[in-house]
Design a protein around this ligand. Sequence first.
Ligand SMILES: C[C@@]1(CC(=O)O)c2cc3[nH]c(cc4nc(cc5[nH]c(cc(n2)[C@H]1CCC(=O)O)[C@@](C)(CC(=O)O)[C@@H]5CCC(=O)O)C(CC(=O)O)=C4CCC(=O)O)c(CCC(=O)O)c3CC(=O)O
Ligand SMILES: NC(=O)C1=CN([C@@H]2O[C@H](COP(=O)(O)OP(=O)(O)OC[C@H]3O[C@@H](n4cnc5c(N)ncnc54)[C@H](O)[C@@H]3O)[C@@H](O)[C@H]2O)C=CC1
Length: 188
Amino acid sequence: MNTLFPVFLKLEQLHVLIVGGGYVGLEKLTAVLANSPQTQVTLIAPEIREEINELAASHPSVELIYDRYEPHFLEGRDIVIVGTNDKAVNHQVQQDCKARKILVNVADTPELCDFYLSSVVKKGDLKIAISTNGKSPTFAKRFREVLEEILPDSLQATLDNLQQIRNKLKGDFQDKLEKLNEITNVMK
Ligand SMILES: C[C@@]1(CC(=O)O)c2cc3[nH]c(cc4nc(cc5[nH]c(cc(n2)[C@H]1CCC(=O)O)[C@@](C)(CC(=O)O)[C@@H]5CCC(=O)O)C(CC(=O)O)=C4CCC(=O)O)c(CCC(=O)O)c3CC(=O)O
Ligand SMILES: NC(=O)C1=CN([C@@H]2O[C@H](COP(=O)(O)OP(=O)(O)OC[C@H]3O[C@@H](n4cnc5c(N)ncnc54)[C@H](O)[C@@H]3O)[C@@H](O)[C@H]2O)C=CC1
């Protein structure tokens, strides 16, 4: 049973810390910015990949710090993602976050994660997050590709129309609900 509880975070209202500037740091920073490009992200590592520098150059809200992890970097952070190549450091970050009640993702250690990243399907305003409960990220990636392929581009127009209708509908909550259920019945 997959007991993970899905939410869609307003990440652009939060401050994210990424510890590690290698492939994992790059992958996670890319995932953050692809969804929430204006997120305040601080990434710290003694060595930082060139691609991360390029991303930071095109995203003013990303700050890079060339330093080793120290607990004081957690100050003011809401969410932390850690993926250094030093397991002891990753573990230390996780413990420091736990002590401060900051949610933490330890990229290659599911048992130390408070949350997992998901594969994300996007069609305009429609967003679908996929979890395999950590069983197979590669399956999640492939399934994302399948959904991206089959979802029509016209979905955005449908959502825009439905929003207009929703805003125009009069009556109480129950009336609106019935009307919207009726209109969208064709989807079944
Ligand atoms: C638990 C979780 C925690 C977390 O990282 O949040 C986790 C853990 C681990 N990933 C590993 C490996 C890989 N991860 C990917 C890719 C993605 N991994 C992502 C999420 C998650 N990965 C969380 C569970 C999500 C779920 O429930 O399915 C995605 C969806 C989101 C993202 O990272 O942005 C993103 C796809 C995005 C997309 O394209 O749609 C690929 C494939 C590739 O890169 O092409 C590989 C190599 C192939 C393979 O192993 O499958 C390893 C082994 C490390 C090792 O062997 O050392 C572990 C550790 C372990 O499993 O123990
Ligand atoms: N490359 C991949 O796709 C995956 C890698 N992993 C594992 O994740 C870990 C990281 O992988 P990569 O990013 O590829 O490694 P990498 O070697 O490319 O990068 C490691 C990063 O950690 C930083 N670092 C080291 N000590 C630090 C400290 N004390 N404080 C802050 N930053 C520190 C380094 O400066 C560097 O930026 C490895 O243990 C790897 O086995 C897990 C899943 C996938």
